[in-house]
Design a protein around this ligand. Sequence first.
Ligand code: PEP
Ligand code: MN
Length: 295
Amino acid sequence: MNSCPHWIQLFSEFDLVTKNGDASRTVIQTRNVEIGGDEFVTMAGPCAVESERQLLETAELVAEAGARILRGGAYKPRSSPYSFQGLGVEGLKLLAKARRQTGLAIVTEVMSPEDVEVVAEYADIMQVGTRSMENFALLEALGRCRRPVLLKRGMTATLAEFLRSAQVIAMNGNPNIILCERGIRTFENATRFTLDISAVPVLKMVSRLPVVVDPSHGSGVRCLVPVLARAAVAVEADGLLVEVHPDPAAALSDGYQSLSFPEFRQMMDDLDPYLAIRQQSRPARPRLLKVGGAD
Ligand code: PEP
Ligand code: MN
C-alpha cells in the first residue's frame, strides 16, 4: 500500500518515530514477549487493581485464555474526583505478585513525573493515559526511563499530536514506544468514545512503532468489545488492551465496559480464525529494528 502524500507534510517533523522512507519497524521486547513482531499480543486485566484476590484470579484466567501481558491500574486518573483513585504502591506490589505467579508481564499507568521511578520498579511497560498524553513533563521523564511506554492517544488528539507526544519520549532517549488507539470524542453518544479504527493503518503506515487497540475504552460498551477486537486484527494492529473483571457489576471502575471471565475466553477463542487468516495473508516482514525493553 502506498501512503498518502498529505501525510508527509503532517508527520515529517516526527522523524524519530516515523519511517522516513525506510520500512523498518520497531519490535519491543519485554520479558518473553515481543510487541510489533509476528505475534498478536493481548494485554488484559482489570481497569483498576482492587484487591489481591480480584487481581490474582484475573491474572490466572487471562493467562490461561492466551493473554501475554497483565494490565491493571494502581494510579487511576478518574473523571470524578470522588471515584476510586487506585491502591498506589500497594497495587504495584500486587501486580508484581501476579507476575511472579503467572509469568505475565505487567503494564500499568503512571500519572506524574514524580511517580515514574516507583512505577518503573514494578512495571514492565509504563502506560500513559489519554488524559496525560500531553503531560510533557511526564513524557520527558519517561524518555529518560528504561522501560517501554504504552502511549494512549489523547481523546481529543489528532494523529499528528499523538506522534508529537511519541517524538517527545523518543527525543529524551527512549525509543521503546507502543501506540494505543483508545477512542476519541466525537458527536456520537451511543458509545462512550468513538474507536478511530482508521487510525491504526495510518499509524502503521507512517510510524515505525507497534500499534495496539483498546476496544474497552474505545467503545465503553461491553458487548462491542469482541467485535472491535476482531476489527483490530483485520486492520493489522499488533495487539489489544482489554478490561476484564471477575464480577464486572461490582467493579470499582469501568465495570460496564469490562468483560467477565467467560466473555473474555469466548472473545479470545473467536479471534483465532481471524488471526489465522491474517497470518496467511501477511507479506514477508520487512527488516525488523529490534529495541530491547529492560526487565
Ligand atoms: C485505563 O486504561 O484504565 C484508562 C484509564 O485508560 P484511558 O487513559 O484510555 O482512559
Ligand atoms: Mn479503565
